[in-house]
Design a binder for this molecule. Structure first.
Ligand code: SAH
Ligand code: SF4
Length: 367
């Protein structure tokens, strides 16, 4: 069986080359060709001994998930759809801003966590992406976007905020994160790589120990009662445990704050009292808030909070001393906004058979 070299971080590639009787510097050379220069053809790797170049194609390949579609939004946001086999496809979104270019990467085909307001969660779950499929999204997007005239990469930041829960796929995620940080690969600083989690507490601790990058936690509610409904993983890891895990994370984190994401759902979690309860909840966690106006999808049963409500909510957090930003909705003309990523998922969790999609919030939310 040929190896897919996108599956390996530096250590893995060195071990693989050693198995072929090759020296570690060969692995480093090939790593650079693949990730720094986006090269997938061994023959084009001109500074590698010809004998090795001739031997490699029989043993290995560079196989990213193939691009199914590539759409450009009016605001410059670009959405890629990648085929990950067996009729599953995942989405990756590039968001250009004045001072940076952010790639939003998927970690799973679907998601098993069933957050009530999330289109990916609604679709069910098929499987974890492997390392090659995670880093392959960055590899493909880098090739599509190219370099700036000065030789700088267009993609300066990566966020694991696409489809899936990254910390539920820890073992495959870790080598991909290491490649993002590796100077022989993408060379991004830890502050420019952000993992977003719905709050899988033991995996937050593992990440802090093995590869501390910037962390965003999807909070969405100030009380366990509401969060149990909106983010069901809260029943396993309730708010007090989550807050303690955030404090532990900060010991090794590259930034001295946690980013809390908070989707603004009209009439559900957006009252003044909710904002004040949040101030109390996070009193011991250095943090920033990122408010995300809810992005609708068919039959979601939720509505976006009015802009004035979001402003008032933000004002209460800010007056409590918390830096608060409101996320601009980007790319919604191509369904690329947060929570709208759907890709294509062959649900294995049989969720849709267990629970048909709700058409009104009232069905699922008796608040
Ligand atoms: N599974 C991870 C990362 C992917 S979701 C997590 O939950 O953190 C990225 C962000 O988009 C999360 O904060 C998520 O709660 C938010 N989100 C999900 N659905 C949304 C929607 N319909 N509108 C706005 N934000 C949404
Ligand atoms: Fe999964 Fe995140 Fe969506 Fe929740 S919000 S269902 S954890 S992708």
């Amino acid at each position: 069986m040929t190896a897919n070299l996108l599956d390996f971080d530096a250590e893995g590639l060195t071990a693989w080359f050693a198995q072929q009787g090759e020296k570690p510097f060969r692995a480093r050379q090939v790593l650079r060709w693949i990730h720094q220069r986006g090269e997938g053809d061994f023959n084009a790797m001109t500074d590698i001994a010809k004998s090795l170049r001739e031997k490699l194609p029989a043993l290995a390949a560079v196989s990213p998930p193939p691009t199914v579609s590539d759409k450009l939004s009016d605001d410059g946001t670009r959405k890629f759809l990648f085929d990950v086999g067996n009729h599953n496809a995942v989405e990756t979104v590039f968001i250009p801003e004045d001072d940076r270019g952010t790639l939003c990467v998927s970690s799973q085909a679907g998601c098993a966590l069933e957050c009530a307001f999330c289109s990916t969660g609604r679709q069910g779950f098929n499987r974890n992406l492997n390392t090659a499929e995670i880093i392959g999204q960055l590899w493909q997007a880098n090739r599509a976007l190219g370099f700036q005239p000065g030789g700088e990469r267009i993609i300066s930041n990566v966020v694991l905020m696409g489809m899936g829960e990254p910390l539920a796929n820890f073992d495959n995620l870790l080598p991909a994160l290491r490649l993002m940080l590796d100077d022989n690969a993408y060379g991004l600083s830890r502050r420019r790589v952000t993992v977003s989690t719905s709050g899988i507490v033991p995996a937050m601790d593992r990440l802090s120990e093995s590869c501390p990058v910037a962390l965003a936690v999807s909070l969405h509610a100030a009380t366990d009662g509401l969060r149990d409904k909106l983010v069901p993983i809260n029943r396993k890891y309730p708010l007090a445990e989550l807050m303690a895990a955030c404090q532990r994370y900060l010991v090794h984190a590259p930034r001295d704050f946690i980013t809390f994401e908070y989707v603004m759902l009209d009439g559900i979690n957006d009252s003044d009292a909710d904002a004040r309860a949040l101030l109390h909840l996070v009193r011991d966690v250095p943090c920033k808030f990122n408010l995300i106006p809810f992005n609708p999808f068919p039959d979601s049963g939720f509505h976006r909070s009015p802009a004035e409500r979001v402003r008032r909510f933000a004002a209460i957090l800010i007056s409590g001393g918390i830096v608060t930003t409101t996320r601009k909705t980007r790319g919604d003309d191509i369904d690329a906004a947060c929570g709208q990523l759907a890709g294509k998922v062959q649900d294995k969790s049989r969720r849709l058979m267990r629970k048909p999609p709700t058409t009104t919030a009232g069905v699922e939310f008796q608040l």
